[in-house]
Design a binder for this molecule. Sequence first.
Ligand SMILES: [Zn+2]
Length: 308
Amino acid sequence: MQSDHSRKTNVFAAGTLYRVSESRVDEQYIQAKLHDPAAHFVPVWKNKNLVAAGDPLQSVYMSYDQAAPMLTDSAPLIFLGVLEGIPHFAFALPDEAPVDTLFPAGQQFKDLRDIGVLLTQDEGSLYAYARALVHWHRTHQYCGRCGSKTISQEAGHVLQCTNPACALRHFPRTDAAIIVLITYQEHCLLVRQSVWPEGMYATVAGFLEPGESLENAVAREVMEETGLELEHIEYHSSQPWPFPASIMIGFTAQATTMEYKLDQLEIEQAIWVTREELSVKLKEGTLKLPPPLSIASRLIDDWFRAGE
Ligand SMILES: [Zn+2]
């Protein structure tokens, strides 16, 4: 197995950032943090985050003076919190920003999916938070109830409708998705979708629907996709997944039988593997697992190690 066995927390899960959520309404507090000369401004450009090349890869921040000229009403500053005594704010750089000339050589905007495991827990978590909130701002410029413009309030954590007759307050959205590692005695079920890279297998996952509990969603998704009935559905861990606005909630469960019946629209193939069979397939290169970034990787890895 390739992943980092020492990792206790999922990538992007909260680091040591203090969100100071109670002070978002305190304009004096926010202004003081904004003008703290040490403050870090986290740009997000086309859903990508800024890093400096090198080993290890490093997060890169802007100063207030660098960030201020780029702010607009539709891309306001968002207060993220305080990390190691330093206030952090996120903001969106416009798509047309000349990023190649704005930043020194060696600094680039990268997709967090590609760099998440290369950052520290704090950096990865901060970047995921920034990316998710900037995306929410971009997609909630207008009120979903009456169609009027919204404006940013509470340091970027509320978008309020500007129509006085409506005045609806919109809050950041997170879409819940379940992901489950299914076992039967010494076997683990791996599935693949036809759109995935050749040979890649992972665990069953799907979105929570309104009116469902998380364990309802686990049972329904697995029944729909594999026809398998589950027992002992247990919570494992969760992972913020800002692609663009999800949280992956991980479970383990046991199937009551090995006989599955696939929904071919969702799942192209499924296999039951023992730890030994999985080792052999990985060595042969006939099977690939999800990247170490994902909770799917951790679920599989934890199961694998439980047999060591
Ligand atoms: Zn409205």
